[in-house]
Design a protein around this ligand. Structure first.
Ligand code: NI
Length: 173
């Protein structure tokens, strides 16, 4: 599976609401593998399927530091089943290159999902992992970091992103 093109704002496909994955078959596993490869190549901490134009409820996250072994987490049909506390985190997004924003999130979340093999699991997350889960879950509902910004910054970021060079599709390998 090749590295995929990551869509940038304001691509309308980023606004699609992803649909639940009914069956974790070979196609879905291939998609998951391609997402992980794409995230690592970027590099990024997380990637949602909608960011590569695949409207399925899947995201991948790896919050391991540069000097730590990789720790890929695959979330299929994720949902937050409990949360508490508040945290403000300076977030970035692969769909908004060189944009950051302080966003208020829940400090702790319990997420329920299926892994790449279809096995259900629950995970308690805090800190960066909790923030990443909420950020990627937003993507699956078509919600983007710009939606968390105040009116002025929203306008500046919107203009900046629209002035960028249009994306060229990458040749498939
Ligand atoms: Ni993002």
């Amino acid at each position: 599976m090749a590295v995929r093109t990551i869509l940038h704002y304001p691509d309308p496909r980023l606004r699609e609401k992803a649909l639940p994955v009914a069956e974790i078959n070979a196609t879905i596993k291939q998609l998951v593998d391609g997402m992980a490869e794409t995230m690592y190549a970027a590099p990024g901490v997380g990637l949602a399927a909608t960011q590569i134009g695949e409207p399925h409820r899947i995201f991948v996250i790896d919050t391991a530091g540069e000097d730590e072994p990789s720790d890929l987490k695959v979330f299929i049909n994720p949902e937050i089943v409990a949360s508490d506390g508040k945290i403000t985190w300076e977030e970035g997004c692969l769909s908004f290159p060189s944009v950051t924003e302080d966003i208020d999130r829940k400090a702790r979340v319990r997420v329920r999902a299926q892994d790449r093999e279809g096995k259900a699991f629950e995970l308690d997350a805090e800190g960066l992992l909790a923030v990443a889960v909420q950020h990627e879950l937003d993507h699956l509902d078509g919600v983007l970091m710009i939606d968390h910004m105040g009116a002025l910054k929203k306008r500046i970021v919107d203009r900046k992103m629209r002035r960028r060079e249009p994306q060229r599709p990458q040749p498939s390998r």
